[in-house]
Design a protein around this ligand. Structure first.
Ligand SMILES: [Zn+2]
Length: 113
């Protein structure tokens, strides 16, 4: 976890004994999977409304969700105003992804999936 802690409030929450119990309950509720990409394995529990602005929701199950480290760090970057996905770049990536399978199919002459 090389991520920089950007606020002290969430640090206080994360260190508490109560957090350990709540975190476990959230992961169990979410079936031990990332709610965004469905990946199982190492999970982090994310505050939908940040502790910084909504400290009263810090231990609220409805304000929490299980995320894998990569979805979690993407979320956090967006929240603190970094790493906004560029829409033009996203559109380009989609286009490339759409083109690729066709090229492969033509080359291999396999039936359409
Ligand atoms: Zn994920």
């Amino acid at each position: 976890m090389g991520m920089k802690r950007h606020d002290r409030h969430s640090q206080a929450v994360i260190r508490s004994a109560r957090w350990k119990a709540v975190r476990l309950a959230v992961k169990r509720r979410d079936g031990w999977k990332c709610v965004e990409c469905g990946k199982a394995g190492r999970l982090e529990v994310h505050h939908v409304q940040p502790v910084r602005t909504h400290p009263e929701l810090a231990f609220e199950l409805s304000n929490l969700k299980s995320l894998c480290p990569s979805c979690h760090s993407r979320r956090t970057r967006i929240e603190i105003g970094l790493g906004q996905e560029n829409p033009a770049r996203e559109a380009w990536k989609r286009l490339v992804a759409e083109l690729q399978p066709k090229t492969l199919q033509a080359a291999k002459d396999t039936p359409h999936a």
